[in-house]
Design a binder for this molecule. Structure first.
Ligand SMILES: Cc1cc2nc3c(=O)[nH]c(=O)nc-3n(C[C@H](O)[C@H](O)[C@H](O)COP(=O)(O)OP(=O)(O)OC[C@H]3O[C@@H](n4cnc5c(N)ncnc54)[C@H](O)[C@@H]3O)c2cc1C
Length: 417
């Protein structure tokens, strides 16, 4: 056997890159595998916490930590932007001109917000009456704006799919309903949810449950709206078909794409900048020595931290097989789950995979958390998740009973109308 250690280069030290680096470091000594990980900044944001910042339920400094401190010893960490990957010579070019060569590459650079792709979105109204909560700057500025917003039309718009955590904009409108009720101004505010989908969510059972909640909370929904432009002067979203949705305050989830360097890296990505990936093994379809994790992959499930976590366990097993020259036998079934905050200290939980849509019942077994039903215990689960993220998920700890395969125990197969 060759005694030279192989080199794994991981692009992105977010959720996926960090958990994969830590899991692999535990499995392999440095004499067998050198691990380099690259990120363009040292601020690891717990992104689910961005939802709470606008409502004063989390402070920015409570949801960020230095990236380097999340990585185990023996991992070489580079704070440097990736400029491009040469998939033929196995080299990564970094912002300072240095080059990292690799035997195996893991792409975990997530998805990037592209507000500049929507006409007018970054116009005069940006950060005045048009915001996003999908990054820290926007979420923080929106907090100040919401504090002074006491009447008018709040419009929350998803420009197009795919987006990270597709339920987060719905959670935003549910929390807005709670927030304005607590402030005693709910009657003076119309809340409108504007989506390109034909219902509140993609999966029919969950869409019904979430649609009923919108109705119960008196939140209007506009479906099949394809945002073409933000008219700054008249304060309206303008659809490609000319339809207008007026607003006093707009909260926009911009278009998402892959990290910009992917477009500079030959055939690495598709037209949106996501990497074509085998749905089951997490090996890229571009080169056998390139694997993909999390939002960067084009697999047909939600772009979510839970997905990244489940994929990560499968990926680590398959990377181990790949390095040993064995077939990739671990398979990912598309398992995803999400707590959906619904306001007034309650939340729903959904659990699904490529084949099975969210069903009622309990997770992860008959005695677990209620599915598709508002409850306080789910809200507590959502709040506790942050601690699990820093202390369990990122360090790469296994959690008994919670694994990559979607559990079927506890789920009701038939849904009553
Ligand atoms: C508002 C909001 C709420 C959310 N809520 C939930 C939730 O409740 N549940 C859930 O499961 N998920 C949620 N998510 C989604 C979840 O945070 C992401 O799906 C998850 O972080 C994806 O992990 P990742 O490793 O693929 O990407 P990230 O964690 O985003 O990491 C990508 C990393 O790549 C780095 N990078 C990008 N480009 C470059 C470059 N050129 N050079 C160097 N580094 C680069 C970035 O800096 C980043 O650190 C939410 C997201 C948002 C925005």
């Amino acid at each position: 056997m060759n005694n030279t250690p192989r080199r794994l280069v991981i692009l992105g030290a977010g959720t996926g890159g960090t958990l994969a680096a830590n899991r692999l470091r535990k499995k392999f000594p440095t004499s067998e595998l050198m691990i380099d990980i690259v990120d363009d900044n040292d601020v690891h944001v717990y992104q689910p916490g961005l939802l709470f910042v606008p409502f004063g339920l989390a402070k920015p400094d409570e949801i960020v930590r230095p990236r380097g401190e999340q990585l185990h010893d023996g991992i070489s960490y580079h704070v440097n932007p990736v400029i491009k990957v040469d998939i033929d010579t196995n080299e990564v070019e970094l912002g300072d001109g240095s080059v990292l060569d690799y035997d195996v590459l893991l792409v975990a650079t997530g998805s990037a917000l592209q507000p500049e792709e929507t006409e007018g979105l970054l116009g005069d109204a940006w950060m005045n009456s048009v915001f996003t909560f999908y990054d820290m700057e926007g979420a923080t500025a929106l907090h100040e704006k919401l504090e002074g917003f006491t009447e008018g039309r709040l419009v929350v718009n998803v420009v197009d799919m795919p987006i990270k955590c597709p339920v987060a904009p719905l959670e935003f409108v549910f929390l807005a309903d709670w927030y304005f009720t607590e402030k005693g101004v709910r009657d003076a505010i119309t809340i409108v949810y504007v989506t390109p989908l034909d219902a509140a969510f993609t999966k029919p059972t969950a869409a019904n449950a979430l649609g009923s909640l919108l109705e119960d909370k008196n939140i209007e929904i506009v479906t099949e709206f394809n945002t073409g432009e933000v008219d700054n002067e008249n304060k309206a979203l303008v659809g490609y078909d000319g339809t207008e949705v007026p607003f006093d305050l707009a909260v926009i989830v911009p278009l998402h794409g892959g990290a910009p360097y992917i477009a500079e890296s030959g055939d690495l990505g598709d037209e949106l900048g996501f990497v074509p990936t085998d749905n089951a093994t997490m090996q890229s379809l571009v080169r056998p020595n390139i694997f993909v994790l999390g939002d960067a992959a084009d697999v047909p499930t939600s772009k979510a931290g839970s997905v990244t976590h489940f994929e990560g366990e499968v990926l680590v097993e398959n990377l181990e097989s790949f390095l040993a020259g064995k077939p990739l036998e671990a398979t990912y079934d598309g398992h995803a789950n999400c707590f959906i905050e619904t306001g007034f200290s309650k939340a729903l939980l959904i659990d699904f995979n490529y084949e099975t849509e969210p069903l009622p019942g309990h997770y992860p077994s008959r005695f677990g958390l209620p599915l598709l039903k508002e409850s306080r215990i789910n809200h507590l689960g959502k709040l506790m998740f942050q601690s699990f993220y820093w202390h369990g998920l990122l360090p790469g700890r296994d959690i008994p009973g919670i694994g990559p395969d979607m559990p079927t125990a506890g789920k009701k197969k038939k849904v009553s109308a």
